[in-house]
Design a protein around this ligand. Structure first.
Ligand code: ARG
Length: 458
């Protein structure tokens, strides 16, 4: 197939070099954006008197026909083309003849590719946003259901204080809310049109870049043509946003994996989201969660590939930039797949409340409340802390817990202790009383759910 740039050359590109150079295998997915960009471009050319209305109509009809045929499967993308931009233009000329060759007036593939990628990723942002909202919805429903379910809260993976399972889940909802906000911010900078930057220096044609930007639903056009064609910040930004989402899902996955182990048994994953072993008949493995955790590295790799690709590039466009697409596509594809399986996995898991509670009963998890009890009765907190530490040490030595210690034993450490100590260290009381803003009390969990639901509906 003849290259768009064939004129200057005496020979065809070497076959291997041609394969190496081509991007059609991965940029063909931007066919719609490429055609929409061309439609906006040619309307502007006609409005500015650069092409005639008649030429414009023929080109628009040709482009719309190509788009419709591609969408319906009546036309296949020819993988012998160099890239999607070449394919669309060649197909246009095939269909409408020489008038199609006027489309490329006052633009270059450099602004096409920069535009197409922005438009494509803006659509992806919408999809990821919807998936995040879906997962947040699942978390809110589960948190409401488990606003009173007591479990151990951990620091250093050591039992620290009792929390509610709803509270634990809503921590992830907060992370995902920030992810939504980050994507929104990223989309704001992405939604700016580089179209009309031309190869790098602008053009002598009297173009109207604001018009094409508006026609494409973008908020502005890029203000420097060299930056317009060479900026890939938006690709790195979305790769960062997706990395952050994957990191959140990966942490969550790690907990799902721990919780579903027999050592914890806080949850059971639905069979639809677990797999078995080929040799150990009893196994039920949390493969989905493990893969989400595992694929996180891939997305980080994509971010690093993008940043590294860009770091030494002189202005303006360089072919290195063609590498942006594989990386950023993998990042968005992976995060969409991960969110797609994660939400129903959480939605369908069953929660073993009794095991959560049993785990919370061990390990002196209410020791802070014992110290708080003494402090509330006037002892300086540091002193109360020390006394409670001594009580815990005594319990460990004598194989007792805070619940089974007698009042006399308590009083041997401090005469402040009265029978109300047992209520103070009761798991339900400990949880119910943590009503501080953002705390773990059931009432606070319900407030968090209301807050998050409101934020998501905006
Ligand atoms: N396939 C190219 C890319 O993805 C399109 C831009 C080509 N521009 C050029 N001057 N060779 O970056």
């Amino acid at each position: 197939m003849d290259k768009l740039w064939a004129g200057r050359f005496q020979k065809q590109l070497d076959e291997q070099a041609n394969d190496f150079n081509a991007s059609i295998h991965f940029d063909s997915r931007m066919y719609k954006q490429d055609i929409l960009g061309s439609l906006a471009h040619v309307s502007m050319l006609a409005a500015q008197g650069i092409v005639t209305e008649d030429d414009c109509e023929q080109i628009q009809n040709g482009l719309s026909g190509i788009l419709a045929d591609l969408e319906q499967g009546a036309l296949e993308i020819d993988c012998a083309s160099e890239d999607i931009h070449s394919f669309v233009e060649t197909e246009l000329v095939k269909r409408i003849g020489d008038v199609g060759k006027k489309l490329h007036t006052a633009r270059s593939r450099n602004d096409q590719v920069a535009l197409d990628l922005r438009l494509y990723l803006l659509e992806e942002v919408k999809e990821i946003d919807a998936l995040l909202r879906g997962l947040i919805g699942v978390l809110c429903a589960k948190a409401e259901e488990h606003a009173e379910t007591v479990m151990p809260g951990y620091t250093h993976l050591q039992r620290g204080q009792p929390v509610t399972f709803g509270h634990h889940l809503m921590a992830y909802a907060q992370m995902l809310l920030r992810d939504i906000d980050r994507l929104k911010d990223c989309a704001r900078r992405m939604n700016i049109s580089p179209l009309g930057s031309c190869a790098l220096a602008g053009t002598t044609f009297k173009t109207d870049r604001a018009m094409t930007a508006k026609a494409l639903g973008m908020t502005d056009y890029t203000r420097n043509s060299m930056d317009g064609v060479s900026d890939r910040d938006f690709a790195a930004e979305i790769a960062f946003c997706t990395s952050m989402i994957m990191m959140h899902l990966s942490r969550f996955s790690e907990e799902v994996i721990l919780w579903s182990s027999w050592e914890f048994k806080f949850i059971d994953l639905d069979d639809a989201y677990s797999t078995g072993s080929s040799i150990m008949p009893q196994k039920k493995n949390p493969d989905i969660a493990e893969l989400v955790r595992g694929k996180t590295g891939r997305v980080y790799g994509d971010l690093l590939a993008l940043l590294t690709m860009l770091k030494g590039l002189p202005l303006a466009y360089n072919k290195d930039m063609q590498e942006d697409k594989d990386a950023v596509f993998e990042a968005v594809d992976t995060v969409k797949m991960a969110l797609g399986v994660f939400a129903p996995m959480i939605d369908t898991m069953s929660v073993r409340k009794e095991n959560m509670r049993a785990a919370a009963e061990k390990g002196f998890i209410t020791a802070t409340d014992c110290a708080d009890y003494l402090a509330a009765k006037g002892l300086p907190f540091r002193t109360a802390y020390k006394i409670t530490g001594e009580i815990v040490a005594f319990c460990i030595q004598s194989d007792k817990t805070l619940e089974t210690l007698t009042l006399e034993e308590y009083q041997s450490f401090s005469d402040i202790f009265e029978t109300d100590i047992y209520d103070a260290i009761n798991l339900e009381t400990c949880v119910k009383n943590r009503t501080s803003a953002g705390g773990t009390a059931p009432q606070s969990v319900l407030e968090q759910v209301a807050y998050v639901k409101q934020a998501v509906s905006e």
